[in-house]
Every structure is written in structure tokens, then in C-alpha cells.
Design a protein around this ligand. Structure first.
Ligand SMILES: *[C@@H]1O[C@H](CO)[C@@H](O)[C@H](O)[C@H]1NC(C)=O
Ligand SMILES: *[C@@H]1O[C@H](CO)[C@@H](O)[C@H](O)[C@H]1NC(C)=O
Ligand SMILES: *[C@@H]1O[C@H](CO)[C@@H](O)[C@H](O)[C@H]1NC(C)=O
Ligand SMILES: *[C@@H]1O[C@H](CO)[C@@H](O)[C@H](O)[C@H]1NC(C)=O
Ligand SMILES: *[C@@H]1O[C@H](CO)[C@@H](O)[C@H](O)[C@H]1NC(C)=O
Ligand SMILES: *[C@@H]1O[C@H](CO)[C@@H](O)[C@H](O)[C@H]1NC(C)=O
Ligand SMILES: *[C@@H]1O[C@H](CO)[C@@H](O)[C@H](O)[C@H]1NC(C)=O
Ligand SMILES: *[C@@H]1O[C@H](CO)[C@@H](O)[C@H](O)[C@H]1NC(C)=O
Ligand SMILES: *[C@@H]1O[C@H](CO)[C@@H](O)[C@H](O)[C@H]1NC(C)=O
Length: 357
């Protein structure tokens, strides 16, 4: 791949074009191939930062966070609800190093012959885990239509992460042959769903942003041990710097066509689906460019809403009485949210212009 790299003063660790040096390996766990990742990967940002990033698809949250904690992933992006749950309920040693998005195109989608939320009564709905953030969000929206899991108005089918649930929704069944009816979809699957052939095209029954707003979703998450190891911390810093540069490129309206092409190539979707996904990725309320300051800062209200929804459905059973959530979400060293590596990453960016898209 041809890359043009303008060396900046702050980028002494970077390689100039032509210098033969091995790229550093990064094991990156993620639930979906976000627009920022698509731009970074397709347009050469990772290579420009000296990284060889292996995208490791998270099959389900339980497995994904176990991998993060045992060092199988150097860094991951996952919904912040998982980090909130693992930190506050289980004292897990993981830290959110920045917010990536506020749940672009998060929606409740069903098979073609179901056309409204009340139609879901009596059916089984696909989830990643019954105690994951998206399951609580599903419960929240359905509760506003008078449907409650705890009353037996519907049940859950535990299937796995969004790519698996999307494939099953479009197929109308699980690999085992059991019927499926509805699930929660996120970027870019809601857009992909919109261009599926009509007979199989999922219906969007509700957009979550019409009910909960703002909602912090994908967040950069690392294990504490990696952040205190100089080598591993440097790798995380460089990865976040590359993602930040890609995120700024994504946010630039002058680069829209190039970003759309990167999304189309990464997700292997049509130009129409990619243009729709791009629109959701730059949505000022939900997109990947919506973090306060555009610099991966976590929306305080967005994380408070995550806590609120989880609380409503008894999702903090291991949290001691009197726990101070407001204090626990303040950023700081050793806390749930720690921006120190993000701050270093912002200082470690270089000017990089993709030569082609
Ligand atoms: C990245 O690493 C993989 C092995 O994980 C290797 O096959 C590939 O050639 C490497 N890419 C570059 C550009 O070095
Ligand atoms: C999660 O993924 C792992 C690894 O693929 C798998 O072994 C496990 O059965 C999955 N768990 C669920 C609940 O699907
Ligand atoms: C997290 O780290 C602390 C301090 O090292 C330790 O006491 C605690 O047991 C760890 N938590 C878990 C869940 O392993
Ligand atoms: C939709 O189709 C499924 C499977 O054929 C069926 O079980 C379900 O009752 C139908 N739902 C509606 C609302 O027609
Ligand atoms: C820090 O991380 C590097 C790379 O993973 C590892 O080789 C080294 O042993 C770690 N150092 C400590 C003190 O754990
Ligand atoms: C993007 O592409 C469309 C046609 O596909 C073109 O009309 C438009 O001018 C392009 N925008 C930019 C900023 O290049
Ligand atoms: C991309 O999608 C097309 C059409 O759905 C399919 O034929 C092709 O195999 C896919 N390519 C990859 C690399 O997944
Ligand atoms: C990031 O943006 C926030 C919100 O605008 C701002 O307060 C903060 O200073 C910025 N941080 C950095 C490191 O640029
Ligand atoms: C970032 O760079 C500025 C200017 O050189 C410096 O004042 C600041 O301490 C640096 N911040 C971090 C976190 O490295």
C-alpha cells in the first residue's frame, strides 16, 4: 500500500516512507466494524502509525471481556455498559479510555411480517446476553409499550453479538432451525437491513434514540494491567492516535465520498447501504463523531442513561448499598474512565493524507 506520511514534530516514533521496519502487532477486539475502524483500516491510517491491526470479531460479550482481561486483546471497543457492569458489579480491572459513539442506528428490528412493537407479545427476542446493555435497552423500550420480560410478555433467545443476530434475522431462523422474530441492531446493520430484498427485509419497529438520548455506546476499553506496562500502554496510545486521526477524517465533510467508499469496502455492502451507514456514523447525536469535543470524551449524560436503564431492571445486584455512581463515573487515575492515555494519544497524532480512496 502506498502511503504518504508527513512527519510531525511530535511523531518521532513514526516511520518515514521507505524505512523498512516491522509494523507493531495489535490485537483489536470489536463487536462491529465501525466507520472509524473502516476508515483507519481501508485508508492506511494504521500502517501510517506503524501498526498491523488484527481485527478480532467478538462473538459475544462474555467471551470478549474475558479475552480483554486475559490479554487476548490489547484493546477493544465495546458498549460502555459492559465496563460499567464489570467494574461496579465484579470489580473487574478494566478501564474506559474514551468514547467512540453514542449508539448509531441502534434500533429494534423484526422479521418482515411483524410490523409493530405490540406484535412482539408472546415471542422470543434475540439478545447477546440477557444481562447485557442492549438487552436492558430492549426491555426499556418494550416497557414503554407495556410489555415486560418479568411478566412473561416475551422471552429471550441468547444468540451472540450483532453480526450473528443480523444474519439470523435476515435468514428468519437460527442455524438450528428455530424461528426468530426480532432483535436489536446497530451500525451498520440497520443500514444493511434497509437494502435487503423486500421479502426478507427486516422492519425497523423503533429507533432507540427516540426513547433514550444521549446514550454512550462503544467505548475504548483496556485492562488496567496493560495501562501500567510501558510497552503495552504505548501500543494502546498509538492505536488510539490512529483511530483519532481516522475519526477526524470521518468527521470532515470534504472527505465524505472517501469515507463512504471505505465503509463500503470494509463492510462489503452496496454504495447505498454505505451512504446510509456513513450518515449514521456522522449523526451529531448518536454517531462516531458525537463525543463532546470530538475527542473521545465520554458523554456524562450518556453514561448516566446507561446506568439508569441498567438500574431499572436490577442490573446492579452486586453493587453495595449506598454506592456513589456519580462519583464513580468521574474520570481519573484508577477509575472507570481514565483519559490519560487518550490525552497522550492526542499529542501523538501525525498529519497523514491517504493518497487514494
Ligand atoms: C500483518 O500481520 C499478519 C499476520 O498476523 C501478516 O500476515 C501480514 O502480512 C502483516 N501485514 C503487514 C502489512 O505487515
Ligand atoms: C461465546 O463465544 C465463545 C467463543 O466463540 C463460545 O465458546 C461460547 O459458547 C459463546 N457463548 C454464548 C453464550 O454464546
Ligand atoms: C483488581 O485488582 C485489584 C488490585 O490489584 C485486586 O485486589 C482485585 O482482586 C482485582 N479484581 C479482580 C476481579 O480480579
Ligand atoms: C410472522 O411469521 C411467523 C413465522 O412464520 C409467525 O410465527 C408469526 O405468527 C407471524 N407474525 C405475525 C404478526 O403475523
Ligand atoms: C510488559 O509488556 C511486555 C509486552 O507485552 C512484556 O513483554 C513485559 O514482560 C511486560 N512487563 C511487565 C513488567 O509485566
Ligand atoms: C461525491 O460524489 C458525488 C457523486 O457520486 C459527487 O456529486 C460529489 O461532488 C462528490 N463530493 C465530493 C466532496 O467530492
Ligand atoms: C461481498 O458480498 C458479495 C455479495 O453479497 C459476496 O458475493 C462476496 O462474497 C462478499 N465478499 C466478501 C469478501 O465477503
Ligand atoms: C476534549 O474535549 C472536551 C470537551 O470539549 C474538552 O473539555 C477537553 O479539554 C478536550 N480534551 C483534549 C485533551 O483535547
Ligand atoms: C501534550 O502536549 C502539550 C504541549 O506540548 C503538553 O503541555 C502536555 O503536557 C501534553 N499532554 C500529555 C498528556 O502528554
Amino acid at each position: 500500500m502506498q502511503v504518504q506520511l508527513l512527519r510531525s514534530l511530535a511523531a518521532t516514533a513514526l516511520l518515514a516512507v521507505g524505512e523498512a521496519a516491522a509494523l507493531q502487532k495489535v490485537n483489536y477486539g470489536a463487536f462491529t466494524q465501525t466507520a472509524t475502524y473502516s476508515v483507519a483500516n481501508q485508508l492506511g491510517f494504521f500502517t501510517a502509525y506503524g501498526l498491523n491491526v488484527s481485527y478480532l470479531q467478538v462473538p459475544n460479550s462474555t467471551y470478549g471481556y474475558a479475552q480483554l482481561l486475559n490479554g487476548g486483546y490489547d484493546i477493544m471497543t465495546g458498549t460502555i455498559d459492559n465496563a460499567v457492569n464489570l467494574r461496579f458489579n465484579s470489580n473487574s480491572n478494566l478501564t474506559v479510555t474514551g468514547q467512540l459513539d453514542q449508539a448509531p442506528e441502534l434500533a429494534i428490528a423484526s422479521i418482515a411480517n411483524i410490523t409493530s412493537i405490540p406484535d412482539l407479545k408472546g415471542l422470543s427476542l434475540m439478545v447477546d446476553s440477557p444481562v447485557s446493555g442492549y438487552a436492558y435497552i430492549l426491555r426499556k423500550v418494550l416497557s414503554l409499550y407495556g410489555l415486560y420480560l418479568e411478566n412473561g410478555d416475551y422471552t429471550f433467545q441468547v444468540v451472540g453479538a450483532t453480526p450473528l443476530r443480523y444474519a439470523d434475522l435476515v435468514a428468519g431462523q437460527l442455524p438450528s432451525g428455530s424461528a426468530v422474530y426480532a432483535t436489536i441492531l446497530t451500525y451498520p446493520y440497520t443500514s444493511e437491513a434497509s437494502v435487503v430484498a423486500e421479502a426478507q427485509r427486516p422492519n425497523i419497529l423503533a429507533r432507540v434514540s427516540d426513547f433514550i438520548q444521549p446514550l454512550t455506546s462503544s467505548a475504548f476499553t483496556a485492562r488496567n494491567e496493560a495501562l501500567t506496562n510501558g510497552t503495552q500502554r504505548a501500543l494502546i496510545r498509538t492505536f488510539m492516535a490512529a483511530m483519532y486521526s481516522a475519526n477526524q477524517f470521518l468527521a470532515d465533510p470534504a472527505q465524505a465520498n472517501c469515507s463512504i467508499a471505505a465503509i463500503a469496502r470494509q463492510a462489503n455492502v452496496t454504495a447505498v447501504a454505505a451512504a446510509s451507514a456513513y450518515k449514521s456514523a456522522i449523526d451529531p447525536l448518536t454517531g462516531e463523531t458525537s463525543s463532546p469535543g470530538g475527542n473521545f470524551t465520554v458523554s456524562r449524560q450518556g453514561v448516566l442513561n446507561v446506568i439508569d436503564v441498567r438500574s431499572q431492571f436490577g442490573g446492579f445486584t452486586q453493587v453495595p448499598d449506598g454506592f456513589n455512581f456519580a462519583e464513580a463515573i468521574l474520570p481519573g487515575a484508577g477509575k472507570l474512565i481514565d483519559y490519560s492515555v487518550r490525552d497522550e494519544a492526542l499529542n501523538a497524532t501525525v498529519q497523514y493524507c491517504p493518497t487514494s480512496c
